[in-house]
Design a binder for this molecule. Structure first.
Ligand code: ADP
Length: 502
């Protein structure tokens, strides 16, 4: 490959679409971004217009191609995407039958309650590694078939195609020639057997979904197809598809079993590489495919926290306690280590509690306030809550058989906060590591695309490219850590609405 070789990575996220051009050494050369309008037809429903997603992908790709010297030298395209979001489209016209139903959309919640009541969850967990939840694609697709006139009959005739966003974009980019997805995205549909690496006939029957609509499931890296030459001026191979959290795991070079990455954005997603073994969680974590390369599947355990960055957003926009997200650091750092009366705990269950508690009806609380408590104490407690919640997830991972990791690799907007990273190291008792290039999701897509086209021969090249920017080493005394964690557990127990994980 020549020195001008470039890789174009697309990150189609929940709130924005980005394209980043990388050089062959995975250095970013140019970035373009467009916001994505959110559609809320009803409380708890969230949709995206797939045409707007498509237009944004084409526009941002064209921008970074133009900014980096044109299409010559662009060797491959990699796509990473918001997971689970569901598109159903007409194979002839290419038009979606309705808006995409977004992962956050809860319209399938009743269906999931029914599935659990009827005892289907063990089968779902055994086959897919997931819990019966409306986040995943299956109930979204079932809803479309129930509510879009003629959709089921059209699917039976073979006229419709289903895909998560990666699959829809691949289909569009290749001019409707390739209908495929990768194993990471398939593993989030609740229709895919992650052990057999195949669509599951029993689950398709359970959700009444015709098999004719399903994409072909492939490795995360490899040549999926080539783009329509008219789109960018030349046909470019698409050589990677990967779900966003799995993309971040790759971008963080977490390739050895036991390595963990934690992404702190609006929410927080922790993924732990478990190697070729799919660990079944007994602590309400998800088992998922981390990546599939050369036919070999690597698995991960995943836990998510609904409210991480939202704590800071609420402190800023909800109650006006801070003027900017960055200001939270100065407030927390300005206090004595133990300033204030006792300990204040902020349990930010604004939209319920995620893993490992799964209590959607719990609501937030700030407890332990004294007469001398100040804004700074509340801000600090908000930052601390993100660390305690991470500790809860790591505890669940350990209970599911994961060995203690050597370090916690972090990224996302909140990872800018060094005070947070130090408290995270103290509470988890692990070194916390932040890489130089924080956009790990899109970097992961670029790495996989490079692997898929042979720019990189294996994952070692990715490891070599990972560079440490900031490290926090635990310094808190063991007794203090234990006491604080006990205080957090007590605070969480006070807001739980049920204790059975529902
Ligand atoms: P997403 O991808 O989910 O939109 P980002 O990774 O961009 O999120 O992170 C944005 C979140 O990080 C916001 O919720 C913001 O409040 C929070 N954030 C940004 N900077 C800081 C900071 N210095 N300290 C704490 N939180 C921060």
């Amino acid at each position: 490959m020549t020195g001008t070789t470039r890789i174009l990575a697309i990150d189609q996220g929940t709130t924005s679409t980005r394209a980043v051009m990388f050089d062959a050494k995975a250095q970013p050369l140019a970035t373009a971004q467009m916001p994505l309008p959110q559609i809320f037809p009803r409380d708890g429903w969230v949709e995206h217009d797939p045409e707007l997603i498509w237009e944004a992908v084409v526009a941002t790709c064209r921008q970074v191609i133009a900014a980096t010297g044109g299409i010559d030298g662009v060797a491959a395209i990699g796509i990473t995407n918001q997971r689970e979001t569901t598109v159903l489209w007409d194979r002839k016209s290419g038009r979606p039958v309705m808006n995409a139903i977004v992962w956050q959309d809860r319209r399938g919640a009743d269906m999931c309650r029914e599935l659990r009541a009827n005892g289907h969850e063990p089968l779902i967990q055994a086959r897919t590694g997931l819990l019966a939840d409306s986040y995943f694609s299956a109930t979204k697709l079932a809803w479309m078939f129930k509510n879009v006139d003629g959709a089921h009959a059209a699917a039976m005739r073979g006229d419709l195609a289903f895909g998560t966003i990666d699959s829809f974009l691949l289909w569009r980019l290749t001019g409707g020639r390739v209908h495929a997805t990768d194993a990471t995205n398939a593993s989030r549909t609740m229709l895919y057997d992650i052990h057999k690496n195949a669509w599951d006939a029993d689950l398709l029957a359970l959700f009444d979904i015709p098999a004719s609509i399903l994409p072909d499931v492939r490795d995360s890296a490899g040549v999926f197809g080539v783009t329509e030459a008219s789109l960018f001026g030349r046909a470019i191979p698409v050589t990677a598809l990967v779900g966003d959290q799995q993309g971040a795991l790759v971008g963080q070079a977490c390739f050895a079993p036991g390595m963990i990455k934690s992404t702190y954005g609006t929410g927080c997603f922790v993924l732990a590489n478990t190697g070729p073994t799919a660990h079944t969680s007994h602590n309400r974590l998800l088992t998922t495919i981390a990546y599939r390369l050369n036919g070999a599947t690597t698995y991960a355990l995943e836990g998510s926290i609904f409210n991480a960055g939202t704590v800071i957003q609420w402190l800023r926009d909800g109650v006006g306690m801070i003027a900017s997200a960055a200001e939270s650091e100065a407030y927390a750092a300005g206090l004595d280590k133990d300033g204030g009366t006792g300990r204040i705990y902020f349990v930010p269950a604004f939209t319920g509690l995620g893993a490992p508690h799964w209590d959607p009806d719990a609501r937030a609380a700030i407890i332990g306030l004294g007469r001398d408590s100040t804004r700074a104490h509340i801000v600090r407690a908000g930052l601390e809550s993100v660390c305690y919640q991470t500790h809860d997830l790591l505890t669940a991972l350990a209970a599911d058989g994961m060995a203690t990791p050597a370090a916690l690799r972090v990224d996302g907007g909140m990872a800018a906060n060094r005070w947070l990273l130090q408290f995270l190291a103290d509470i988890t008792n692990l070194p916390v590591e932040r890489p130089i290039y924080g956009e790990t999701t899109v970097l992961g897509a670029a790495f996989l695309a490079g692997l898929g086209i042979g720019i990189y021969s294996d994952l070692h090249a990715v490891e070599a490219a990972w560079r440490l920017d900031f490290q926090a080493i635990p310094t808190m005394a063991g007794g203090q850590r234990t006491a604080r964690i006990a205080g957090w557990r007590d605070a969480v127990a006070r807001i739980r609405t049920s204790l059975d994980g529902r």
